[in-house]
Design a protein around this ligand. Sequence first.
Ligand SMILES: Cc1ncc(COP(=O)(O)O)c(C=O)c1O
Length: 472
Amino acid sequence: MKDLSYDAVMGRAGEIMKTSLGLDYDKYESGSIAFDYEQMMEDVSMSLDEVIGIQREAGVGNTPLVELKNMTDLVRKISEPGKGARIFVKDESCNPSGSFKDRRASISVYMAEKMGYKGVMSATSGNYGAAVASQAAMRNLRCVIVQECFDSKGVGQPEIIEKQRKCESLGAEVVQLTVGPELFYMYLRILEETGYFNASLYSHFGISGVESLGYEIANEVKERCGKFPEVVIATTAGGGNVTGTARGLIKAGATDTKLIGASVDLTGLSMASDEDFNKKSFTTGHTGFGIPHAAMPDNTDTPRSAARMLRYMDDYLTVKQGEVFYVTELLAQLEGMERGPAGNTSLTAAFALASTMSEDEIIVVQETEYTGAGKSPLPQLAFARENGIDIHFGDPDTDVPGKSIVLPNHPSMLKVRHADLDKVSASYIKNAVAEAGVSKVTEEDMEFLIAETRHDRAFVEGCLKDLGVQLP
Ligand SMILES: Cc1ncc(COP(=O)(O)O)c(C=O)c1O
């Protein structure tokens, strides 16, 4: 009988991960800050063509690319003459479980079957659970999803409850937890008990599955418009969406296309707080996940995360909650597409950005997600009001997460706001040094930090000097 105390299970984490992922991460480690990220990605051991083949068999990918002509017209009405880029959206809601997460799950679940696991698991409160459940159903594998559903009073946010419903409908067993640190402990315990595969959001299998999205976008836009898009915008939380899409764009040769992340600004709300848990109207694609994951990518359920967004992001835009609700309605009423919240986060950023770009330029919003009972604006706003949030029309800049949601009075009030990537990169370096526990860095570490933060040597050296770390 194994010791199931918190400390004992957490102490066995390395071993449990190795067994449940079929991968020994130690072989990528340098013993200092650097690790061999590219080698880890290569160890997926399948080409992008094979990834696409597996996805086609499972009904994943090859989703429609839709030009949002009415949205673009509206942008042009509120822009200076000659401004207003064309906006396209990749309708990822057409995937089997209704989001781009199927691309991620399809490769993990395929590998689980190939390696002989009887079931798959994932720890997620998001669409990924439904994606894993759907792919597992197709491959006759069992599926357990561990989900943070409720606050300590047992109350759940409508979008999370919707996602739980969806996982269960697709045949998964959902382990429902209240908010708190026990999520990872429970996850490890069940992985150990069942011997199931860890279909982590952050493994190299999952991220390689997202590459097909960037690849399809580049090729489809090139075919239809004669050039690659100037900008692709991706809703950002844990960073897998940005990472996989960027890698796919690069594989298609679209190296000049700017890849921009976008998140809902939830500054001031703590993700670990029971009190704040139900004050969020967005359960993913927000800064409460985006910023910490950018600054500390390895803080996940794998020893090393394959989602490393600072490596790939050209810019990171933030949008306000009220703006996203407003754009969700615009998409439905101007384009006839009723879609879920996460994709509309990047669409909101695209709407604001388009009016700063010229008419002949192209922005691709790289996903939509399905909508369902708990996901649409009305239940979300009703729940927010029940939780004491003030909802009114006005200037979205006055929105205070956890206190108010301000719907814009006019589409011209949607704004481009840049997150400070220098600051996030400096935090990344600080965290990497602390995690490795080093007082001096090697030349390999320097090269790694330059690649990880996409900053030059002088920037990295400056950050390390500020931390009192000795240079090579
Ligand atoms: C539909 C949808 N879009 C975007 C994201 C963000 O993806 P990532 O966590 O890889 O940044 C999520 C994650 O939960 C999602 O479910």
